[in-house]
Design a protein around this ligand. Sequence first.
Ligand code: ZN
Length: 192
Amino acid sequence: MTDFTYRSPKTTVRQSPIHGKGLFAKQALAAGEIVAVKGGSILTKQEWTVLERELGSAEIQLSEDLFIAPTRPEHREGNMVYTNHSCDPNIAIQGQIVFAAMRDIAPGEELTHDWATTDDLDYTMTCTCGSPNCRRTITGKDWMKPELQEKYKGWFCWFLQRKIEALSGCNSAPSSPGYDDNIDSQVVRDDL
Ligand SMILES: [Zn+2]
């Protein structure tokens, strides 16, 4: 297998109780440590839509129209990060292709991220992650849920973070007058 994706030497891919193959910690990982970096080809939405029928999902969306994904069946495994979804994840995306540990991780733990932080797709899936806070049903639009936007502040991919900020900019209520605060900050500005 040619690896297009980087997976930390402290990790291993094996059968997962959640689904199919999963990525696991072989050794302890520290909070913030890079766990994996997604590799592949950069494809337009149109190109990936055609390929996905043959290859199955193995992509990360980078922008409205760009995806990083495999282009050939024999490249699929080497492109995969193998992170299953969990509603109580221990790794998260930073930027668009880097996955880092959200907390200290013990050897043997499966490395999972919440797909709400990377996906903007049309799917509905029954979740079998087994965590106490499991959402039972997850969708490709979970990033739009306010409670998840709050829970994963700083842990969304760049592409979705920009969409969330654009939405909250449109919906934000007018700020309260707060005259006293304004006077105080005016004084500070004058000092400068
Ligand atoms: Zn779940």
